[in-house]
Design a protein around this ligand. Structure first.
Ligand code: SAM
Length: 266
């Protein structure tokens, strides 16, 4: 699918839940969030049927995200359903890694190709501070499990304030070099103020190259992370929502004051 600016839209990110087992300071309020109603969350069949239509229209890359995708009940069954769709050449997941040790083997056998794991520091105290009480050992074990199961390349998402030379980021860089991991540095963004920039080591943030559509856990298809526009796949129907999202995908991001990372998935 080509949009008005000749970008080939072939990448779909699916947020499978708004829930998360961490409370990263830059992402979620400490007290949590008003959770979506169960009936508003897309079912596995809806996600899968939508993805089939998206693939029929040219999507080849799919990433599952959240919230935390591994807290969605039955996530490996969903992975299996999506991996059975012919035409997906890259099926990945972004996770905080906390539950990955438990799920890595089943994710692999269900057809997941690879994972991105979020890690902003390798210092246990700092980690607990940033995530508001996460245990970094869980993430280290998750990373090992992902490697052992061949969910590779394992990529690390490291949120930075300004530069990858900050103390925490340098620690992550060394950890990745020592452990054969790829790292991408994501400058902390502010959707509401429209503060975003390119991802160092990744493809995100460069509007001229953006090939993405994002599906929220409650069925809104967003052509741009940094824009309020969204198309309700339940109301419009899958084909029409995709057609409109591609047709109206903005040339460049601006501000998004209706959405949040934990619902859209980053
Ligand atoms: N729970 C999963 C995780 O932690 O990777 C997936 C969802 S999380 C919203 C996806 C990515 O968005 C993570 O790498 C996270 O660090 C990033 N993220 C969240 N809030 C952000 C912000 N304000 N600026 C930049 N990245 C952010």
């Amino acid at each position: 699918m080509y949009d008005r600016f000749d970008r080939n839209i072939n990448y779909l990110r699916i947020s499978v839940t708004d829930r998360c087992n961490l409370r990263c300071t830059y992402c979620m309020p400490e007290e949590g969030i008003p959770l979506l109603r169960h009936a508003d969350i897309l079912t596995f069949d809806e996600i899968c049927n939508f993805t089939k239509v998206a693939v029929d229209n040219g999507i080849t890359k799919v990433r599952l995200t959240g919230g935390e995708p591994l807290v969605r009940k039955g996530i490996t069954a969903l992975v299996r359903m999506i991996s059975d769709i012919t035409g997906i050449t890259d099926l990945s997941m972004t996770t905080n890694g906390v539950l990955l040790k438990q799920f890595a083997s089943e994710l692999k056998s269900s057809g997941l190709h690879r994972v991105n794991i979020s890690l902003d520091t390798v210092n246990p105290e700092k980690f607990a501070e940033i995530t508001r009480n996460g245990n970094i050992v869980d993430v280290f074990e998750g990373i090992e499990a992902a490697k052992a199961e061949g969910l590779i390349p394992v990529k690390i998402n490291c949120v930075i304030k300004e530069s990858k030379e900050e103390t925490e980021a340098r620690g992550v860089t060394k950890f990745c070099m020592d452990n054969g991991l790829e790292v991408r540095y994501i400058r902390q963004m502010d959707l509401v103020r429209g503060h975003f920039s390119t991802v160092v080591g990744g493809a995100g943030g460069d509007c001229s190259l953006c090939n993405r559509l994002r599906l929220t856990s409650n069925g809104k298809l967003k052509p741009c992370l940094f824009n309020n526009i969204e198309f309700d796949i339940r109301k419009l129907g899958y084909e029409e929502a995709i057609r409109m999202a591609v047709e109206l995908k903005p040339e460049c991001g601006s501000v998004n004051d209706t959405g949040t990372f934990y619902n859209i998935g980053g």
